[in-house]
Ligand binder design. Structure first.
Ligand SMILES: [Zn+2]
Length: 262
């Protein structure tokens, strides 16, 4: 016998329902197994400006299939049992927007996403501080006001594992501080350049997670794996993404099979 938790119900509500029912009284082990159910990370797409031509058809497909966009703030809230995700959530991330100059393609992509009623997440490379380049930071702040989530993609888009802890702090902690100062909203997430989170093989570099924790970040975003968050996981949680396929059909297939990758 299995009991599946509806994605429309928060963990807390589900556990409360079980606890308050005769079933919950008879089968308390079901409650603990529900607590141990890994959290499903919403399918997450990784866009770059080179993918902008594919974006309208991908967005149309998502809309037709009933997907709703969510950001990492929504994911965190659901993970903590404070709110529920939509039935079919999707996270749209766009990497490499910078704080020294905003390539107009990024703004065109934001408009495209908003046309279908979605919002997404920008991975910001914080090359210039808010005091050094207030004009560009004003544009970034406007994106936040439009409902976009801005997260750190480091200060210089560096490959992180070879760096010293001092350099990791500059890339991650300083970058997160600048986003908080420049946009009025603290970032939640480190989007790791090149998805390079490994010390060797598939072994995580723990320093990246430690420094992300110093920056009060809830998630470290890579590419491979990170499809589920286990009950034993503590912040910052590792989550993955998929890139954009050769066309919207392949991208759709990757979204639909997001949780099959281990
Ligand atoms: Zn990047």
């Amino acid at each position: 016998m299995t009991i599946r938790r509806s994605s429309q119900m928060t963990r807390r509500a589900f556990l409360g329902m079980l606890g308050g029912s005769a079933l919950g009284a008879v089968l308390p082990n079901l409650i603990s197994s529900a607590e141990n159910t890994p959290f499903r990370v919403p399918p997450t797409l990784m866009f770059h400006t080179k993918d902008r031509w594919k974006m309208p058809r991908i967005l149309a497909w998502l809309r037709d299939e009933g997907y709703e966009s969510v950001g990492y703030a929504d994911v965190l809230s659901a993970l903590e049992g404070k709110s529920a995700l939509p039935e079919k959530p999707v996270t749209l991330t766009i990497d490499d927007i910078a704080s020294n100059y905003i390539q107009p393609y990024f703004l065109a992509m934001a408009d495209e996403v908003e046309k279908v009623g979605y919002r997404g997440v920008f991975g910001v490379v914080t090359r210039h501080s808010p005091t050094r380049n207030p004009k560009v930071w004003a544009q970034l702040r406007e994106l936040v006001e439009r409902g976009w989530e801005l997260d750190t993609h480091t200060t210089h888009h560096s490959l992180l594992p070879p760096l010293s802890v001092a350099d990791l702090r500059e890339e991650i902690v300083e970058s997160a501080q600048w986003i908080a100062e420049g946009t009025g909203r603290a970032p939640l997430t480190l989007i790791v350049p090149y998805g390079a989170v490994y010390k060797r093989g598939r072994e995580f570099d723990p320093r990246i997670f430690e420094v992300a924790a110093e920056a009060n970040l809830a998630f470290v975003v890579g590419i491979v794996g990170g499809r589920f968050i286990g009950a034993e996981s503590s912040a910052p949680h590792y989550v993955g993404r998929v890139g954009i396929g050769t066309d919207h059909v392949q991208t759709a297939w990757w979204i639909e099979h997001f949780h099959r990758e281990s």
